[in-house]
Design a binder for this molecule. Structure first.
Ligand SMILES: *Cc1c(COP(=O)(O)O)cnc(C)c1O
Length: 300
């Protein structure tokens, strides 16, 4: 490290070179380390351009081309279905779980900002090494005990979607407050298919769902905002070829809650194999992974 600082100083004070690029090789664990800061601070000299180079963030041009092509293909379809169904307010979230940070960097360099992740530790690690203006969507199942890890460690956490208990909402709010972070957009997950292995608020007994919305409207929830509802429809519904009844249930619930509580809610529904139906049925946000990044490795 000391040697690097010394070299940077030499470069900065050299009169021969008018502009230089300093490449700093860092690995992800070093990225935020205090040892690298003196170098970065020193190299704010106008004649030195800092390039952060990390083995995990450099990508092959062919990989970028492939990702951009996939992304643009999905984006064109999202636009097409939005226009057809006169539902012109649809966000495309690129779901990058279990894919390397370099894939995210490649799409970021293409201008993409909305990325979705499923695992707390993986997201914390990626958020550290990737640009700060990424809007992170945490879409995975969240345990109450992990709420703090998310809200404390990810200042650019934009939304949390699979929230399924009142307690988790309170935990997110309170830990975000103590971290003095920005407001987190929350989507309540609804178990529309009634499948036992899926999480989410029940449609049969809505008492906890109502209590949770009361909490958001109480004025105590100043670090979380109730943005909308999300669901993962059943696989069979996504292939039925008819109107997806899980998506219909979510839209009906939205209308019911909007009237009962006098508020506005958005819908996050639709993944690689059913996002078209979801948009036609009123989705405001689709979460697409496989069709952009390719098949995923199995989680170890
Ligand atoms: C993984 C995941 C997605 C993306 O699924 P694909 O089928 O790969 O598009 C969307 N939403 C949630 C909640 C997920 O866990």
């Amino acid at each position: 490290m000391m040697l690097m600082i010394y070299k940077c100083k030499c470069v900065c004070t050299s009169r021969i070179i008018s502009k230089v690029t300093v490449l700093i090789l860092i690995n992800s664990s070093l990225a935020m380390s205090k040892r690298i800061l003196p170098i970065i601070q020193h190299c704010t000299h106008p004649r030195v351009l800092i390039r952060q180079m990390s083995s995990s963030l450099s990508y092959a041009p062919e990989r970028k081309q492939e990702l951009v092509q996939n992304y643009e293909n999905i984006r064109a379809q999202v636009e097409e279905y939005s226009r057809q169904s006169k539902n012109d307010d649809v966000t495309l979230v690129a779901v990058s779980k279990l894919k390397p940070a370099s894939d995210i960097q490649a799409l970021y360099d293409h201008g993409v900002r909305h990325f979705g992740e499923n695992y707390v530790q993986e997201l914390v690690g990626k958020a550290k090494v990737l640009p700060m203006d990424i809007k992170w969507h945490f879409i995975g199942g969240l345990q109450t005990g992990k709420c703090k890890d998310l809200s404390k460690n990810i200042s650019n956490l934009y939304s949390v979607k699979a929230v399924d208990t009142l307690k988790k909402c309170q935990k997110l709010n309170d830990t975000r407050k103590s971290a003095n972070g920005s407001v987190i957009e929350v989507y309540l997950q609804i178990n529309t298919s009634g499948e036992e292995q899926k999480s989410g608020f029940s449609l049969h007994d809505k008492s906890e769902l109502f209590a949770t919305i009361d909490y958001f409207m109480s004025g105590n929830a100043s670090y979380v905002n109730l943005k909308g509802l999300m669901t993962i429809g059943s696989f069979s519904e996504s292939l039925s070829g008819e109107e997806n009844s899980d998506f219909k249930k979510l839209r009906d619930l939205k209308s019911e809650l909007e009237e009962k509580f006098n508020l506005k809610l958005e819908l996050s529904m639709g993944m690689s194999n059913d996002f078209k139906d979801a948009i036609i049925q009123g989705s405001n946000e689709v979460r697409v992974g496989t069709s952009i990044f390719g098949t995923r490795p199995t989680k170890s």
